[in-house]
Design a protein around this ligand. Sequence first.
Ligand code: AVJ
Length: 314
Amino acid sequence: MTSTCAARRTRDQFRADVLAGLSRPQKRLPSKYFYDAAGSQLFDRITELPEYYPTRTELAVMREHAAAMAARCGPRCLLVELGAGSLVKVRLLLDELVAPAGYVPVDVSGEHLRGAARELAADYPGLGVHPVVADFTRPFELPPVPAARRVVYFPGSTIGNFDPAEADDLLGRVARLVGPGGGLLLGIDLRKDTAVLEPAYNDARGVTAAFNRNLLVRINRELGADFDPAAFRHRAFYNHERSRIEMHLVSAAEQRVQMGGATFVFRAGESIHTENSYKYAPAEFAQRAAACGLRADATWTDANGFFAVMHLTA
Ligand code: AVJ
């Protein structure tokens, strides 16, 4: 059955990524694997934390400027959302779009995607909803829906999880996907005081720590490893030189972890680097996007300048 094949391929890729990441001198795990069912629930709780400003700030920017954003998108546009986790945000946009040609949510999780698509289709009876199951960090194709313009919507500052070279790669692929004159509506988290940034990733209730450790729980369950999640400490800090929050899991003691036939040795204090969350200045981001074929023509931010939604044209 095709779904079983796809599930196995996904599992094999996960295993290969984990083995490769843990074999590097600075151990690494890709942050895209945070989002299993438990991880997605923990992330939802993160978005409600008093310290975690990005989600509520982006929502406020969307609420205030949805009409202007929709005007930039233009009438009869095909809206392509990367990730289907943000039904609240896309609704703000859909409510303002003039005669949208359709909505294409793109997500790796077929289950999550179908649920989200069904919910949205029920609330927008005239709207064609065409879910695409794909990992948007790799090339994928769009369904042939006639439209005046294609616009990719990429909210949540997820672009911040990409290293600069990966971000450039994604921006270039988006430019080709939407074609000349097409658009990108993008959420980016902005540079700000460390005193605001660091608590957002070190919340007092320990939800972010649980989110970070859940990656080890998932690796145990899905790949049969024997991590002791409690033997790893959550660490998050702002790296000024690279303009990014780094999240790590720090081994509390010397220990060994088995996975399949492989053994990974941890020194006391050795870390696994689990996430980068880059913070940008709007002008600097516009410059790197321009080099990838996307011209920024509108930027909306909150009064504190914490978060930006940017519209770019290919
Ligand atoms: C989903 C990319 C917005 O980088 O802020 C939240 C994920 N990691 N807390 C971010 C995350 C730790 C998050 N994004």
